[in-house]
Structures are given as C-alpha cells and as structure tokens.
Write a protein that binds this ligand. Sequence first.
Ligand code: GLU
Ligand code: MG
Length: 437
Amino acid sequence: MIRDELVMFCHCDIAGQTRGKGFPVKHLKARLASGIGWTPTNIMLTSFGPIAEGPWGPFGDLILRPDPATEVRVDFEDGSAVEHFFLGDLLETDGSPWDCCPREFLRRALDALESETGLGLLASFEQEFTYFGAQERLGSAYNLDAIRRHGSFAEVFLAALDAAGLACDSYLPEYGPRQYEVTLEPAQGVAPADHAVILRELARATAQRLGQRISFSPAVTPEVVGNGVHVHMSLLDRDGNPAAYDPEAPHGLSRKAGAFIAGILRHAPALCALTAPSVISYLRLVPHRWSAAWSNLGYRDREAMVRICPVNEISRHDPARQFNFEYRAADAAANPYLALGAIVRAGLEGLRRELPTPEVTRADPETLPEAERARHGVARLPQSLEQALNALESDAAACGWFPAPLLDAYLRHKRAEIEIMAGLDRDQRCARYAEAY
Ligand code: GLU
Ligand code: MG
C-alpha cells in the first residue's frame, strides 16, 4: 500500500493533553522554520469534549513553532505508522511569545531563577501509570512476575524511549494493580518537561501498537493507590556545580535548597492547583496513600510533600551530584511546564526572602498536636480542585507568577472541568479520567 510519513507539531496544553497539527514529511525543512498555524481557543479544550469558555471565541491566530531538540521519530518496525512529532512554543503571528504558552511560562521562571540567584535547575519526572494489558496477580507489587505479566510492553517502550533519545533511569512494577513506574535521567532547562510529555506519548504509542490501553490518570479507580508524578530536583551554580548539597547541614540540604523548599511549602495550596489539577487528583492526595497530604518536608519520607531523597553511599558517584529532593504532590493531569514553572516560582520566592530551611517532620503530621503542626507551618493540602483554585486565586504572589491572560484562562478552564464532573459519582469520574489520560 502506498504511504507518506506524517509529521506532527504539538504542544502540551492546560488540560495536559498533547495536541497539534501535521503535514507530509517532505515539507519538514520549510515547516521547521515557519511552524504551523494554531488557534488561541484550543487552549480551552477540556479533556472531555466541551470547550471551556475563554476570551477568544473563534477569533485570533497563533503559530506553533517546533523546537528541533524535541524531535521524536520512532519506527516500531511492525508496519505501523512512524511516530514522528515535535514539541514547540506558541507564538503570536509576529513571532513574539504568546502570553498563554506553557513552555514559555517555564522558560521565564527558569530565566528569573538564573538571573536573580545564579542558580539552574536539574530535574526529572518520575511517572506512574496503569497498563490495562497486564494480567493481575494478587500481591504482585514489585514482583518480577508483574513484569512478565505485562508481556513485551517494557521492552518495546524502552526501545521507543531509546530511539527518541530519552535516557531511562529505572523501570519497575509498582504497588498498585497493573501499575508501573518509569524515571528518566535528569536534564536542565525546559527539557525535563519536554521529556515528561514525550515519555507519556511513547507509552501510549507502545500500548496502542500492542493493542492495549494505558492510563496516567491520578486515580484509575477511587480505591486503588494513585498514579503519582514525582518531580525530582536539584540546584546547580553558574559553573554547573551542585548547589543543593551541603554535607555539614542537617540532612545535607544547603541553605539555598532549604530556602527554595521553604518557598514551595509556603505556596503549597496554590501550587496544588497547577500540579494536582484534576477533580480526582484529590482522591490521591490523602494521608496513608504514599503520595502527599500535608505541606511538609520529609527526610526519606514517602508521604511528605517534599522528600529529601537518599544518597547511595556505596556508589562511586559524588554525593553532591546524586543529592536531590522530590515534589510528590503532582500527577499527570498537570501540564509539566506549568507544574515545574510554578514550583520554580515558589522556590524563587523562598530564595528572595531567604526563608529558613523548613524543619523536617519526623512523624506522620496527622499524629502531631495541632500547635506543633502550626509551629512548623504544616497544614493539610487542599482537599478538592475547587479549594486549590481558590487558594491560587487568593495567593497574590502566586497570581503574579502568571501573565494575566494565562491565569484567567487557567482558572476558567479548570472551573469548567469541575462543572463537567459535577453530576458524576466517583467511579464515573475515575472512568472518564482513565480514558482521557
Ligand atoms: N503511588 C504513590 C503516589 O501516588 C507513590 C509511591 C512511591 O513511588 O513512593 O505518589
Ligand atoms: Mg512510585
């Protein structure tokens, strides 16, 4: 049969969906320079069909310009269509950045961090998902047999990541039924967020080739443990040397990393609106689900909002280069650029104010007396998307992180999502999100 390769130029939108437009591969060279046309209202597309009401309606035009560094061309060699796509930026037709471009939001946050503090960020997204093609077996968490029971998925997926130039750090069967986890090696700039999007798409592409379904939804059913996204971070100075580690400081956390984390915890409720942005995200952010439920810093504690990760002392790798902390209150309904950009902005607030390193909680915050929680600034995270959006709106500093049109579009979009879910029970909601993510 005759075939012509299709190339897609895409971006990740407010809903966390990868959307774009395509053309025949023979026009790639010209298109790389000129981009492809895009529509402002597309950013109001929800994951469930309806378009949230935005300011643009049918008016306006944009350009989606690809970043050549993001090119993915994966031939699964099974006769199926080649996966060929790029991620890029949304520009006005004169080439200036569009206020609502999520990738630009992250770029500006990183630029502000760099110019004000001289610090760069090294980050990696650790992502969990449910592979519906896996055969369930009771008690198969972390079991070698759970790998066997999802057939050739891991092999094909890892080959696809490799073909796309993404370096896999680890892959494992997780605790939940048919749940798996994959982590990439860290990167700088907007690349960690690009990689998070590419990874999800290649996981979906792999499942599709194998005739199976996959979901990164934060809660595929109300009862099972959630699919989290943990954002691992460390800081670098201008010379590229590690700046988050201080072997003399408690738990190895440098003053700067401590201030960065203090900023994150101070803006925790507002951050949840960006990092846990679905109605069902709040089924996951509850105590004793190994996700995050309180605005606390933990040392090797897998229920802390920010967790100081361990250093492997038997490895030959420099502890300063291994050292990192992870933000655990995120999931894959979030746009990775908006999520990481907001985390960086919150961290920068902490650095500007030279906030002291937060005290590490040593016990489950639920068991601590209220007064002690208050003394450490530990509070329960928002318990619904509505609460998180209200927290964002009433956090003046957080509102200032966004160009006004982006904040407005974001709040309208997410409130429309709440309305779409209003008439559905928990099972129905989870089913919708499982399909959409
Ligand atoms: N599934 C847990 C979550 O929702 C994370 C488990 C872990 O990797 O520690 O974040
Ligand atoms: Mg995990």
